[in-house]
Design a protein around this ligand. Structure first.
Ligand code: THU
Length: 534
């Protein structure tokens, strides 16, 4: 592939809970009609021009799209039988979960509790769903008196252990959590075991020593495969915990969304090669679960501004994927997650403009696409890559295809043959096909003037008449006799010929002897009329 493999970087930004409408099986989850984006987009504080430009509203079923989105976009279906963050992220990472993670509305079964008591040598109190502050108020005194551990759960897949720091030192509590973590596997594989230490006198206060012990994914993930292939795998926010800490070369926890994006922007400035995987949890934790429509809308607008800064700083071999892990519609009475499609916005220099990939089979298509970009085998991971469709031909040029300077030099050479007895304006062009072949051309004038053919069209017609149909780039060099212009722009007719054979992302290598720059065809011929119209 043409993109420089040493410089390839992918940024996945997960907007936690940012669904774009109910999945076909939403009724089975009591989520009929849920639409997280739908709930916030009408709010007066919702202003997301950047995501709009990337194609957010062009996604099938979302409505209100713009005419010329800059990126490739789709909505992704969740295949896994779960709607929590862990299962959603695992699916993004290539694991389909046939069962939801277990929850315990009646408390944990005796076989779990007895084994936990045996291994810790301590009895268990409570063992039911409870609020964290209520449970220490109701059971704290008995715990302090007897040393028995307070075990409780919630509506989520969690096993929480509360203990007074003077009765059970924090390190010992963490050891008990590790014991529980080892017991809670297989069908009892809860998402998280959480240490909940508290201190002081009744009714007690919780300390900052909370610690989560998350479940390792049951199979190899995208992160594992990238890491073993030698790439950097950087976690920002709770990604690291959602994958049980496995498959990363580096991780940074974050304070909130704004901080998560600040960290991502700092990483963007650095040289690395691999994946930066960011989760922005406030959308879910602070706004979705609290049914705070205004807060959600504002947070999206703030993110959108930071995203604009991110786009400015992207490098030629970067890919950006903005997506989500489930929904959490703040407008429905439910404060729980909702079973929704998630958006997928793909952007980068080689990414096709305005390509609608419609509805994709699974979140795991993200995994397959990322692995394909790095040329890493998918192994056991799920998903179907959309890389081939989503990147322009220029991204797939063979390694030995000429670079821009070389192509420009070939255009200069072709200019030597220009036949210009009337204008003395001499132009050369070098056209590069998707397979890496080069066709050159020069301008050929005529005493009757109108039969004159420009250099670009000579190159195109030579190539087309040889059967070529897929083109990646053209370099153009020209100027008055004895001079080379610092920028030789193709004429309108040549642009129109390019529009006939090339997509919006066809690249023009323009400039002079000192400097050449790449332009997209869509930049130099906006709003073009093409065969798509007919
Ligand atoms: N010319 C080109 O070869 N390419 C362009 O796109 C601009 C114009 C040639 C045509 C003619 O021979 C001379 O420049 C002056 O118009």
């Amino acid at each position: 592939m043409r993109v420089d493999s040493m410089k390839k970087r992918v940024f996945i930004i997960v907007l936690d809970s940012f669904g774009v409408g109910e999945l076909p099986d939403a009724a089975e989850w009591n989520d009929e009609g849920s639409n997280t984006l739908g709930a916030v987009r009408g709010h007066e504080d919702f202003f997301c021009p950047t995501m709009t430009k990337l194609g957010l509203f062009n996604i099938d079923g979302v409505g209100g799209g713009i005419r010329k989105p800059m990126g490739t976009f789709a909505k992704l279906s969740e295949v896994s039988k779960g709607k929590d963050s862990t299962i959603g992220h695992w699916e993004l990472g290539g694991i389909l979960s046939p069962e939801p993670l277990p929850t315990y509305p009646e408390g944990f079964p005796p076989e779990i509790i007895e084994e936990f008591e045996r291994q810790t040598g301590r009895k268990v109190l409570a063992n039911k769903p409870y609020s964290g502050t209520d449970v220490i108020r109701d059971f704290g005194r008995e715990h302090v008196k007897t040393g028995a551990l307070i075990v409780y759960t919630s509506a989520d897949s969690v096993f929480q252990i509360a203990a007074h720091e003077d009765v059970v030192p924090v390190e010992e509590l963490y050891r008990y959590c590790e014991i529980a973590r080892k017991i809670l596997v297989g069908k009892h594989g809860v998402a998280r075991v959480i240490a909940r230490p508290f201190t002081g006198e009744w009714p007690y206060t919780r300390t900052a020593n909370r610690h989560d012990f998350s479940l390792e994914p049951p199979k190899e993930t995208m992160n594992d495969r990238l890491k073993s292939a030698g790439y950097d795998v950087i976690s920002v926010g709770k990604i690291y915990d959602l994958f049980g800490g496995r498959g990363f070369t580096e991780f940074t926890r974050t304070k909130n969304n704004v901080n998560g994006m600040e960290v991502t922007l700092e990483i963007e400035e650095r040289d690395f090669c691999g994946l930066c995987f960011t989760n922005l949890v406030d959308f879910d934790m602070t706004y979705g679960h609290r049914n705070d429509i205004a807060g959600y809308a504002k947070a999206l607008s703030v993110f959108d501004r930071q995203l604009a800064v991110f786009l400015e700083k992207m490098r030629p071999d970067d890919l950006l994927i903005v997506t989500a892990d489930h929904g959490c519609d703040p407008a429905t009475p439910s404060t729980d997650h909702s079973r929704e499609y998630v958006p997928m916005l793909l952007f980068g220099k080689h990414v096709r403009e305005g390509l609608n990939l419609h509805t994709r089979g699974s979140f795991s298509d993200v995994c397959a696409t990322v692995l394909a970009y790095f040329g890493v085998e998918k192994g056991e991971t799920a998903g179907t890559s959309f890389l081939q469709e989503a990147l322009s031909d220029a991204a797939f040029l063979p390694e030995d295809a000429p670079d821009d300077r070389t192509l420009y030099r070939l255009a200069l050479e072709a200019r030597e043959k220009a036949y210009t007895p009337y204008s003395h304006y001499r132009v050369g062009a070098a056209l590069l096909t998707a397979e890496g072949r080069v066709y050159t051309g020069c301008n050929i004038e005529n005493a009757a003037y109108t039969p004159t053919v420009c250099a670009e069209r000579t190159a195109f017609f030579k190539a087309v008449s040889e059967g070529e149909r897929r083109f990646a780039k053209i370099a153009i060099a020209g100027g008055r006799e004895g001079e080379i212009s610092s920028f030789c722009a193709p004429c309108g007719v040549c642009r129109q010929v390019m529009a006939e054979f090339c997509d919006e992302d066809f690249i023009l290598v323009l400039g002079g002897l000192d400097e050449v720059r790449e332009y997209r065809l869509s930049e130099i011929l906006p709003e073009m009329f093409t065969k798509k119209e007919l």
